[in-house]
Design a protein around this ligand. Structure first.
Ligand SMILES: [Zn+2]
Length: 271
């Protein structure tokens, strides 16, 4: 019997970001600051492991001159978890090699999500929304002013698999367009195989950074080409998709929810 879903979920914390809460919640008091995890999601499928989002490009943080260019604001401080590549280190911790990752998908091209694509260029298919990549490669340097570093994603060896809207990435992994945070942002629905109990989860990524974006339907603070209030529609849509299936909706950068869900999946699937 062929399987139809994901067999194991592992949440990764590929770094942290110290930032004003107003980046996550539109209109939050400017002095309120958060330390948010940088998310990655590792999914075991029949065809190998699939990685959702890739964290920071370490070179842009560790090289002082590049840091000045790509992180010009003292308000926003990226933090790396260790001395090496966060993806390699976190995979190593759970006994998986980077070569075991057979496909990658990015929610969007912000520097805290697309920075690890360099590890996969020329090696595995990379899924994204077409309009996200078109935006990211167009009109230089406009995207750089919106926290996209084109060196993260302009490697001609990247084997893009570009979608126009909802798309299936692997059995049990569906990309759901949630445009607004960036022009081609996508969230993901992950459905477990019946052999591990079935059920599923919706990963909002930056369509909803925090639990309060979801519970109180608060507009997010970062958006391109739309008004703040328009970022609530994708949140409501994700809530509906999750509620209809009785799946939890997991925010992308919540300092409490992310470690709690990380622990939840550890306990459910083992370390
Ligand atoms: Zn983002």
């Amino acid at each position: 019997m062929t399987t139809t879903g994901v067999r194991r979920i592992v949440l990764l914390t590929l770094g942290w970001e110290e930032l004003p809460k107003s980046i996550s919640v539109h209109g939050a008091p400017p002095q309120e600051r958060l330390r948010e995890p940088t998310p990655g999601v590792l999914l075991q499928t029949d065809g190998g492991w699939v990685l959702l989002d890739t964290g920071f490009n370490t070179a842009l943080i560790r090289d002082p001159a590049l840091y000045k260019r790509f992180y010009p604001s003292v308000e926003y401080i990226p933090v790396l978890p260790g001395p090496g590549e966060p993806i390699e280190e976190s995979l190593h911790d759970i006994g998986i090699d980077v070569d075991d990752v057979h496909a990658v998908a990015v929610s969007h091209l912000h520097h805290d999500h697309a920075g690890g694509l360099k590890l996969f260029a020329g090696r595995v298919p990379v899924h994204a929304q077409r309009r996200e990549v078109e935006y990211g490669l167009s009109n230089h340097p406009e995207p750089e002013h919106h926290a996209m570093a084109r060196i993260d994603y302009d490697d001609p060896r990247i084997d893009w698999r570009l979608a126009d809207g909802e798309s299936s990435i692997a059995p049990g992994i569906t990309a759901i367009p949630t445009y607004g945070h960036t022009p081609g942002h996508q969230s993901f629905m992950v459905e477990l195989d019946s052999s591990v109990g079935g059920g599923g989860f919706v990963f909002a990524f930056d369509a909803a950074d925090l639990t309060e974006n979801i519970e109180r339907e608060l507009a997010i603070g970062g958006f391109v080409g739309v008004e703040a209030a328009e970022t609530v529609e994708p949140i409501r849509r994700l809530k509906k998709i999750a509620a209809e299936r009785d799946y939890p909706l997991i925010p992308g950068h919540d300092p409490h929810a992310w470690p709690e869900w990380t622990q939840h999946f550890h306990e459910r699937f083992g370390r």
